[in-house]
Design a protein around this ligand. Structure first.
Ligand SMILES: [Zn+2]
Length: 485
C-alpha cells in the first residue's frame, strides 16, 4: 500500500530532491520501493499471494525443516542407538575414516527413505516462486535475487567466472589433502577430516589477547572495541549442556551493544570464529547512530567486516607459527575457501538448473540427485572420488526450500572474496585504507554494493578485482603443497 501510494507521487520526486536536500540519503530507499512497486501485482492478487504463501510457499520449507530435524538411522545395531542426520553429518569431522564413511553411508540411506516428500517440497517451492516471479514481471529469478543482494548482473558474472576459474586451485589443495591423509583421492566424507592429529590447544585468554593485539595493529578503534566486548562479557564462549551449537552475533539497535554466542573448543578455527563474530559486532558499532532504513544492508555486504577480521587473524597467526601448526592453520583457511568457492559454485549451478527445469515439469528424486552429482563433478573435478560424492545435498540445504531467498549461497562467496580483497588493499595501502574501510561499513545500507565500493575506488564489476583475493588463496595453496611435500 505504501509503495502504491508512493508511485502516485513519483512526479514530485525531482522537486522533493530540490526542496529537501536533507533527505537525500533516503532517495535510495525510495528508488528501491519504486522498483518493488513495479514488480507488484494488483492489490487483490498480492493479498491472495500473501495468504497462499502461508499454506503453500512457506509450508514447503516447514516440511523440509521438520523432516530434516527428525530423520534418523540406527547407528549401533547392538545397543539400538540412533543418530539424526545432523549428528551423522557432524561425524564428517571425525579423525577415524571408517566412522566418517559409515556416517556418510547412513546419512544417504536416511535421505533416500524420505526423498519423495523432499522432492515434492522442492518442486512445490520452486513451482510456487517461478509462478510469482513471472506474474510480478521479474525477467528471471536471478534478477530478483540480484535486486535483493544489490549487485549488478555484471558483478555476478565476474564473481561466478572467478569462482569457476578458482575451482582448479582448490582442487589442487584437495589433492594435497588426500596425500596428507595417505589416500589416493578424497571422498565426499573426507572433505572435513582433520588434517593433523595434535593441533595446538588455545586457551580462551590467549585467544583474547591475540585478537585484541592484532585488531589494535590494524586500527586502535577496532582494538579498543574488541577489548570493550571482552571486558564487558559480550561473548558467551563456553560450550555447555543445553547450549546451541555454532556461532552468531546479535546486535541491539537501542543500546548499540552486541552479544556473541560461540562454542570455544580451543582450536584455531574457534579463535577465528570469535574474530569473525567481533567483525559483525564492529559493523553494527559503526552503524549504531544510523537510522533503521540506512542500516538495512544486503547479504552480499553482511560478511564484509566479519571476513576481514577473520583474514586479519589468519594472516597474522601464520606469521607466528611453523611446521605442523602452520599446516593446520592453512588447512583451516583452505577448507573454508573450498566450501565458499567450490561447494557454493556447485549449489549455484544446481539451483540455476532446477529453477529452469521446473518451469516445464516437476522433477523426480532421481533427477535432483543426478543434477547434484553433475554439479559436484563439474566443480570438484577429479579431486573427489566420483563414486563417493553426495547426491542428496539438495535434501541437506534448507535454503533451496525458502520461498523468498532463491540463490541464497553466492552472496557468501561474494562476502568471502570481498573481505579477503579488502585485506589485500590494506596490505598495499597501509594506514590510509582504514578510513575507507569504515566508510564502506558506514554505507553498507545506503546504496548498491557496486556504488558503495566504487566510491572508495574499487570496481567489483571487473574480474580483476576478484582476482586479487584469489591470489591470496593461491599463495596459501602453494604453501600448503610445500608443507605436504
Ligand atoms: Zn558471519
Amino acid at each position: 500500500m505504501f509503495r502504491n501510494k508512493l508511485v502516485g507521487l513519483k512526479e514530485n520526486l525531482n522537486s522533493f530532491k530540490k526542496l529537501y536536500p536533507e533527505y537525500k540519503d533516503y532517495l535510495f530507499f525510495i528508488e528501491e520501493a519504486l522498483y518493488l512497486q513495479a514488480h507488484q501485482m494488483n492489490p487483490q492478487e498480492e493479498d491472495l499471494a500473501n495468504h497462499l504463501s502461508q499454506a503453500g510457499g512457506e509450508a514447503w520449507s516447514r516440511l523440509h525443516s521438520t523432516l530434516a530435524s527428525t530423520i534418523s538411522e540406527i547407528w549401533d545395531e547392538k545397543t539400538g542407538e540412533t543418530k539424526t542426520v545432523n549428528q551423522l553429518r557432524a561425524l564428517a569431522f571425525h579423525a577415524d575414516r571408517n566412522i566418517r564413511q559409515k556416517a556418510w553411508k547412513q546419512e544417504l540411506t536416511a535421505w533416500k527413505k524420505f526423498e519423495i516428500p523432499l522432492a515434492y517440497a522442492l518442486n512445490g517451492v520452486k513451482g510456487f516462486t517461478n509462478e510469482l516471479d513471472q506474474r510480478r514481471k521479474y525477467p528471471s529469478t536471478i534478477d530478483r535475487s540480484l535486486f535483493q543482494t544489490r549487485i549488478s548482473r555484471k558483478t555476478l558474472d565476474a564473481l561466478i567466472s572467478t569462482l569457476y576459474d578458482a575451482r582448479k586451485l582448490l582442487q589442487r589443495y584437495l589433492k594435497g589433502k588426500a596425500k596428507l591423509l595417505g589416500l589416493q583421492s578424497l571422498s565426499f566424507y573426507d572433505i572435513f577430516a582433520p588434517a593433523i592429529r595434535n593441533a595446538k590447544e588455545w586457551q580462551f585468554s590467549d585467544a583474547k589477547d591475540f585478537i585484541i593485539h592484532q585488531f589494535n595493529n590494524f586500527s586502535p578503534e577496532l582494538g579498543k572495541f574488541a577489548g570493550h566486548a571482552f571486558q564487558n562479557q559480550w561473548i558467551d564462549a563456553e560450550p555447555r549442556q543445553g547450549k546451541m551449537g555454532g556461532a552468531f552475533c546479535e546486535s541491539f539497535p537501542l543500546s548499540g551493544d552486541s552479544r556473541i554466542l560461540c562454542n570455544f573448543d580451543g582450536s584455531f578455527s574457534a579463535v577465528s570464529t570469535i574474530a569473525h563474530e567481533l567483525g559483525h559486532a564492529y559493523h553494527h558499532h559503526i552503524l549504531k547512530d544510523s537510522s533503521h532504513i540506512k542500516r538495512d544492508y544486503p547479504l552480499t555486504l553482511a560478511e564484509t567486516a566479519s571476513i576481514f577480521c577473520e583474514t586479519l587473524i589468519f594472516q597474522n597467526a601464520m606469521k607466528e607459527v611453523d611446521g605442523e601448526e602452520k599446516l593446520n592453520i592453512i588447512e583451516v583457511f583452505l577448507s573454508e575457501s573450498t566450501q565458499v568457492i567450490v561447494d557454493i559454485l556447485s549449489r549455484f549451478i544446481f539451483e540455476s538448473k532446477i529453477i529452469e527445469k521446473r518451469k516445464n515439469n516437476e522433477l523426480t528424486p532421481e533427477e535432483f540427485c543426478s543434477l547434484m552429482i553433475d554439479a559436484q563433478k563439474e566443480t570438484y573435478g577429479t579431486a573427489l572420488n566420483e563414486e563417493e560424492l553426495h547426491p542428496y545435498m539438495w535434501a541437506v540445504k534448507g535454503h533451496y526450500y525458502q520461498q523468498d531467498s532463491a540463490f541464497y549461497n553466492y552472496p557468501y562467496a561474494f562476502g568471502q572474496l570481498f573481505g579477503i580483497s579488502l585485506y589485500q588493499q590494506y596490505i598495499q595501502e597501509g594506514q590510509s585504507f582504514i578510513s575507507k574501510y569504515d566508510q564502506i561499513l558506514q554505507k553498507t545500507g545506503m546504496s548498491t554494493a557496486v556504488d558503495i565500493i566504487k566510491e572508495v575506488g574499487f570496481n567489483i564489476e571487473e574480474k580483476s578485482f576478484w582476482q586479487s583475493s584469489i591470489e591470496v588463496i593461491r599463495s596459501n595453496v602453494e604453501a600448503f603443497e610445500k608443507l605436504v611435500g
